[in-house]
Ligand binder design. Sequence first.
Ligand code: PLP
Length: 377
Amino acid sequence: MSNSYDWINKAIATIEKANWYRTPQIVDPSMLMFASNNYLGLAQDQRLIDAAIAATQKYGTGATGSRLVSGHLEIHDQLEQSIAKLKGTESALVFSSGYLANLGTISALVGARDLILSDAYNHSCLKQGAILSGAKVIEYSHNSHEDLSQKLKANRNKHRRCLITTDTVFSMDGDICPLKAIVDLAEQYDCMVLVDEAHGTGVFGDRGGGVVSSLNINYPIVQVGTLSKALGSLGGFVAGSTKLITFLKNRASTWIYTTGLSPADTAAALKALEILQTEPQLRQNLWHNVKLLKNILLEADIAILPSSSQILAIKIGDIKKTLAISKYLKTQNIFAPAIRPPTVPSPRIRLTLMSTHTPDQIQTLVTNLKTAIHQLD
Ligand SMILES: *Cc1c(COP(=O)(O)O)cnc(C)c1O
């Protein structure tokens, strides 16, 4: 009998001891949801469902091949054009997920002779993409223009190319990167900039183009995003110049060596992009709800981490108490998860808003939060 795998049990025990043990919870659709990335409610929109069904009937359930070999469909082209239009870029490329879009793009853009400067709070896929690239990776303090500037000054000239990577909307705190200052530094130090707009796409900007399109920036930025959050589908993308996209089609291994996006996912995303343009009220409702929740939390004297987005984090401090609050909310049929180390540095209840929440639902959340926090004091 081999005991080569015994270490796994010990590793799990260590995870449990640190209160880091996690397991997926089945989501009951009757629960009041404050944790979904479905910011505009599009994942349940009948028009997306119908588009997915129609595409499945026309093309089948799978793309059945990689895009370069036999899996390239007309709707992939249409989706990529539609993304480029939304982002105001020449071209776009669709990947199977946002995670894979970042892995493939970062590892194609830089290599062993190059430098990556990465925000310390960047999403896992930006960090893993940096490791995969083989470039020298230096983290700068979260959202710190000063630290980035210092690290560029000390390191930039020792490397060939340099790529600065950052989330635009940080997924765990809900704060936003200082993009204009980052771009100024990129210009000064001759760097490429890659932003992850997973939580910005569909939500920020007049037309839902994201944080980049909400600012007036005249510098080429590699814009990565996902179809799986506000757009209610599944998949990821990169938007940028035609040259960049042509290069990625030849060098991004997570795009080249994997099957094309399924017809259903592709058609649903395409429909979502259309609705984004015709129904700005979805975004307006979302922002209205954000303001309402912030006001009610303030009145209830419940502190949140600084946020300028639809993601609000309630700082509790203690892991056990954070877990107990989330558990209590669940007994009240409210889904608001405890997020804790190692995902984030400090435990919190993380809330996300949707355009489909009603004022009553938002009030119910805060009433129950207040009860939970006081009961457990
Ligand atoms: C969710 C998320 C991703 C991954 O996107 P998927 O399409 O779900 O793989 C990437 N970056 C950030 C910041 C995210 O929040």
